[in-house]
Write a protein that binds this ligand. Structure first.
Ligand SMILES: C[S@@+](CC[C@H](N)C(=O)[O-])C[C@H]1O[C@@H](n2cnc3c(N)ncnc32)[C@H](O)[C@@H]1O
Length: 204
């Protein structure tokens, strides 16, 4: 199983010996990869879409992993029993949807020690959500894959609050380590904004 740079980085955040729930699994690649590389013991591959569940089921069968990865059709965590699992992965969705899934499933997070999140949008809201539901941000990455920037955020149960808004906006861990890809992303955004300003000026 070969993963994209984005999915490989997400998978790389899951600790050895974990039991994971991949919410919005679609193809099931992350749990399949993590089982095949002996990182996890078992997984639930969950998705709200019947078609995605079928896709994941097919891929799991192709890899003979039916005994280790259970496919569950579920809206967020609603149809999932999280007992016996310690890590939830939610990737490739909008930040608002991720926050909604966490809010709606709050009762099911009691035994979940780690959250590995990769929001496509509204990343600051996801950082704030993690803090408000009792998770510290212990790790964060930004990466460029196939011409797009992605943020991957790892939460671990615990208390933490950032004093400054800028830390929620761009990621305290990325700022503190002067992350080269964050700098590149910001420079790219500045160029885009300059282009827009230029076009506004041209309008007279
Ligand atoms: C763009 S795919 C991302 C797939 C994979 N996680 C990844 O990162 O490549 C988003 C998936 O989330 C699923 N999804 C959207 N809303 C959901 C929800 N409320 N609960 C579970 N899955 C959901 C979609 O059906 C789709 O399969």
């Amino acid at each position: 199983m070969r993963l994209s740079k984005r999915l490989l980085t997400i998978a790389g955040k899951v600790l050895q010996g974990s039991n994971i729930i991949d919410v919005g699994t679609d193809h099931g690649y992350v749990p399949i990869y993590l089982y095949e590389t002996k990182v996890i013991n078992k997984a639930i591959a969950a998705d709200v879409s019947y078609g995605s569940c079928e896709k994941a089921r097919q891929n799991i069968i192709e890899h003979s992993l039916e005994n280790y990865i259970l496919v569950v059709e579920s809206d967020g965590l609603k149809g999932i029993d999280t007992k016996g699992f310690d890590t939830i992965v939610i990737s490739g969705m909008g930040g608002r949807l991720i926050c909604g899934i966490l809010d709606d499933g709050i009762e099911k997070l009691k035994n979940i020690e780690y959250l590995v999140l990769q929001p496509q949008t509204e990343i600051a809201s996801v950082r704030k959500k993690l803090h408000s539901i009792g998770y510290k941000i212990i790790d964060e990455d930004i990466l460029l894959d196939d011409g797009k920037y992605y943020n991957i955020i790892v939460g671990k149960k615990g208390k933490e609050v950032y004093d400054k808004d800028i830390d929620y906006l761009f990621g305290k861990r990325l700022l503190d380590r002067k992350d080269a890809v964050l700098k590149e992303f910001l420079e790219f955004e500045v160029l885009k904004l300059r282009g827009i300003i230029g076009r506004i000026k041209e309008r007279g």
